[in-house]
Design a protein around this ligand. Structure first.
Ligand SMILES: C[S@@+](CC[C@H](N)C(=O)[O-])C[C@H]1O[C@@H](n2cnc3c(N)ncnc32)[C@H](O)[C@@H]1O
Length: 298
């Protein structure tokens, strides 16, 4: 099984925020490369149990190998975190001490060309993180080839915060008249044609925002997050904490709004915590991370 290439983000901050201690039951809703799960296992030793969710079977298979030393203290669950309370209840777990959601995709998934997440690598225009990532089997190719132009435009504008959404959709609609758009690099080159030269003064690739919007829609990321926050509240013990690391402003907004419900949550981080400059230097992917932690009130 291959090694992870994912570098964990705000590892120390999340462990401190969750106040991980010996014993108890802890949940990592986003196993990924397994570094946060490993830290939960180490800090809850000798007998804490960690349930780690992922929709990506590769992440689960890898972690079963790399976290073998923890034996039954590590429980891998192939499921969407939107149903985390139900999946835990099925395993006889009715309350937990802390939950972490480190949102989005891992670097392992970005480099896996079969998932089609990267505009830099040739691959199918799929973008599902795994078989349980969505219920309807929707792929990025389905969106690009079958949705109405105004629906695609709205998606790219809202979820991608892309100001050239209209231009991009015009190029997509013209191209799909002659043949179905099926490859990542094909879409990336259409987007490049659609946006002005010197897009964003070269700071980001022109396809970045469109690819992000498609991925969010395919994996129903925002609705899953809302359901996961509700489910976390149901399964946390009173006083237990939920920590969420968001990488997208709309995602962070969902967390911020949810944590404003004073009858349910007491925010521990009044403002979102951000990575230190030293962390951003070491791992540029961490630069947009925002960590919020809240305690379940009742
Ligand atoms: C940013 S990575 C987590 C990295 C991890 N914390 C680490 O230290 O390596 C996010 C992971 O969550 C998974 N994921 C995304 N959405 C999910 C969902 N709705 N349910 C379960 N897993 C999800 C992805 O497949 C990915 O492996």
């Amino acid at each position: 099984m291959n090694q992870t290439v994912h570098i964990p983000v705000m590892l120390e901050e999340t462990m401190l925020g969750l106040e991980v201690r010996a014993g108890g039951i802890w949940v990592d809703g986003t196993l990924g490369g397994g570094s946060h799960t490993r830290a939960l296992l180490e800090r809850s030793a000798p007998d804490g149990i960690v349930y780690s969710f992922d929709v990506d079977p590769n992440a689960l298979a890898r972690a079963k190998e790399t976290l073998k030393e923890f034996g039954d203290r590590f429980q891998a669950v192939e499921a969407n975190f939107r149903n985390l309370d139900d999946r835990l209840a099925e395993r006889g777990v009715m309350s937990v001490d802390g939950i972490l959601l480190d949102l989005g995709v891992s670097s392992d998934e970005i480099v896996d060309s079969s998932k089609g997440l990267s505009f830099m690598t040739e691959g199918p225009l799929d973008m599902r993180l795994g078989p349980k990532a969505n219920e309807d089997g929707l792929t990025a190719a389905d969106i690009v080839n079958t949705w109405k132009p105004n629906e695609i435009e709205q998606l790219i504008r809202e979820f991608g915060e892309e100001k050239f959404a209209r231009h991009i959709v015009d190029v997509i609609v013209t191209a799909r008249k002659s043949s179905r758009i099926t490859r990542t690099t094909e879409l990336a080159s259409l987007i490049r044609q659609a946006v002005p030269k010197g897009y964003e003064r070269g700071r980001i690739h022109p396809a970045t925002r469109t690819f992000q919007a498609l991925r969010i829609a395919v994996n129903d990321e925002f609705e899953s997050l809302k359901e996961a926050i509700d489910g976390s509240h149901r399964i946390l013990t009173p006083g237990g904490k939920l920590a969420v690391i968001a990488f997208h402003s709309l995602e962070d907004r969902i967390v911020k709004v949810a944590f404003k419900d004073k009858e349910r949550w007491e925010p521990i981080t009044k403002r979102p915590q951000e990575p230190t400059e030293a962390e951003v230097q070491k791992n540029s992917r961490s630069r947009s991370a925002k960590l919020r932690v809240a305690r379940k009130v009742q």
